[in-house]
Ligand binder design. Sequence first.
Ligand code: AMP
Length: 413
Amino acid sequence: MPFSNFGLEAEILRAIQHAGYVRPTPVQAAAMPKVMQGHDLIAIAQTGTGKTAAFVLPLLHRLCLAQRQGQLRGIKALILAPTRELAVQIVANIRSYGQHLPIRVAAIHGGVEEDAQIKAIRKGVHIIVATPGRLLDLLGRQKLEFEPLEVLVLDEADRMLDMGFLHDIEAIVTTLPKRRQTLMFSATLSKAVESLARRFLYQPKMVQIGKRSNPADTVAQCVYEVPTHLKNALLLELLRQPKFTKVLVFARMKDGADRLTNFLRLAQVKVAKLHSSRSQDQRMQALQDFKDGKTQVLVATDIVARGIDIDGVSHVVNYDFPVNPEDYVHRIGRTGRAAAQGDAISFVPKQDLNLLDRLELFIGQRLSHKRLRGFDYQAPVPAPTPGDKLPRRDWRKRTRDMEQRLSDRRVDR
Ligand code: AMP
């Protein structure tokens, strides 16, 4: 079925053609007619399958009609996303699909000066893409008016409705008109979150592409059983193989990401890092350098796991095994996007084997185990040099670690 069958405005079809899309992806084919009919919707589809266009194209069409009728005034749509990077990416998509339309969009998120954002709102915008924290700040100071709003979208809805964000989302939704269209898009959606989601929706239609929480079929997955002290060496060996051209490496904690980045840098690997303690400029730069191929490796925390679209990621490496199976699904979805092939590799030290069991139950498949030929898996733990501190997990460190992990879940204030 071609895009022209949806009845989209000609300016939008022109932009789609310009983007090189020949036919709608399955989630677009299933979701767009329902969205265009004005229904509320829960859409579950694997990550990288074209979810953004599935809600942006009908939204632009609606605004186009409003403009024809002289009704394009005020903020008509709010799109909420869990991370700044995802918000920025959605804005870029809207600008691209709406390049022939007089529709203005603004991003509202933390990590940058708010003045420019307030100025953009004052000038008049029709779509706001926001992370919850900064938006609530501005709402609290009456910098925004959602009276004309018609559409609310929650992207990565499962993350938006988990405990880190739920209160913020509830507070935001109370400021929106009750009569509106609400759309939720997510790669995973547990039954518990689904019942929460229904509080915000009116008789929603449901679209589900593929099996719930099943990682993209185009990603080949395997694990390397490796002791913690050999993870760095194994990663370095893998990175030296020619196939590892664009490698996204996930660490659990920010300081772990910092240490790994330093190690790789010393080993002459072109590497950048991205986590929530870095400034917004540093975050955008790290992402851009990786997208442009200036760095071979991007070391990141789960902040990058959701929705971020990077072309041609050859490998995702779970340097630290994810604690939540959902995070695993999101992480590996950064490769194998838009039907490309991708590889996902997970390092599993003995103490994480229980996490692997849980994951395999969750995704309903066993992962194959690999060993790198010639790699010395028996190498001893290096003796501490005099300046080294022995690892000690005292309570203060544990508290700090937990705080970091929690703040990484709520990343974008
Ligand atoms: P998303 O899941 O929205 O992040 O999209 C994943 C990737 O698929 C993006 O790079 C989009 O540009 C691309 N994409 C979206 N829709 C289509 C389509 N109909 N045909 C080809 N590529 C698409």
